[in-house]
Write a protein that binds this ligand. Structure first.
Ligand code: HEM
Length: 209
């Protein structure tokens, strides 16, 4: 079978001692690339906007990757991929936090009153904040101690909120782009996340029967 070598290679990388450091390096790469482009003044005419948008888009991309881990693990039959799920989830949170900090610094100059006025003016920012709040709850409970404290069933139920985060993030993106009538990427992310959610529902139903 043609998939067998791929399966074996993925399993080996995920189990290797250098597998996690490699994953962390790959996760950090987009932030390092954005940072070095900013330092070299290569982010175009509006570097603040490019940095804020770039970090937001990477948060959404890593959310898609994190949610794809279980479907890939199950359909390819690579159990070791489960070791990467938590790191990818934390990566989503870190990119979303950097996106928020870049916005608060470069767009609002750390001025809380200005920031609140902006939320009132552009409600898509409030939607982003709700997504960030839910992501923070998930990141804060992503450690073994939290799983023990909450119990497996309650922990799993709480972490299903990640699909709410996905919905809010796409709504945030859609609302931001609505002013520009430019939805191509929004539909693409929405479609990927819908397929991943539908797979989850189908898989849960199949497990019950
Ligand atoms: C406190 C939370 C958040 C705030 C304050 C915030 C703020 C912003 C702002 C101000 C923009 C537009 C920048 C501009 O006008 O050019 C933006 C765009 C965006 N944000 Fe957020 N955001 C937050 C959370 C999130 C989260 C959790 C995600 C995804 C996981 C996300 C993904 C995006 C994306 C994809 C864009 C559009 C990028 C593009 O057009 O290329 N944001 N956000």
């Amino acid at each position: 079978m043609v998939l067998n070598p791929l399966r074996a290679a993925l399993q080996r990388v995920a189990l290797a001692a250098w597998g996690k450091p490699l994953l962390w390096l790959l996760c950090a790469w987009p932030a390092l690339a954005l940072w070095s482009a900013a330092v070299a003044d290569q982010l175009g005419a509006n570097p603040a906007e490019a940095l804020i948008r770039g970090l937001g888009e990477w948060a959404l991309r890593f959310l898609c990757v994190a949610l794809a881990v279980t479907p890939l693990r199950v359909t390819l039959g690579v159990p070791a991929l489960a070791r990467w799920r938590r790191s990818l989830g934390v990566t989503v949170w870190v990119y979303a936090l950097l996106h928020l900090l870049a916005y608060a610094w470069l767009d609002q100059g750390w001025d809380l009153a200005e920031l609140l006025a902006d939320v009132w003016k552009r409600p898509f920012i409030l939607v982003g904040m709700l997504a960030m709040l839910a992501l923070t709850a998930l990141a804060a409970t992503s450690f073994n101690r939290a799983v023990r404290f909450l119990g497996a069933v309650r922990w799993r139920r709480l972490h299903q909120a990640v699909y709410g985060v996905a919905g809010l993030s796409v709504l945030h993106f859609w609302w931001m782009r609505a002013g520009k009538n430019n939805f191509t990427e929004v539909w693409a992310y929405g479609a990927v996340l819908s397929v991943l959610l539908l797979w989850r529902v189908w898989h849960a139903r199949r497990a019950q029967t």
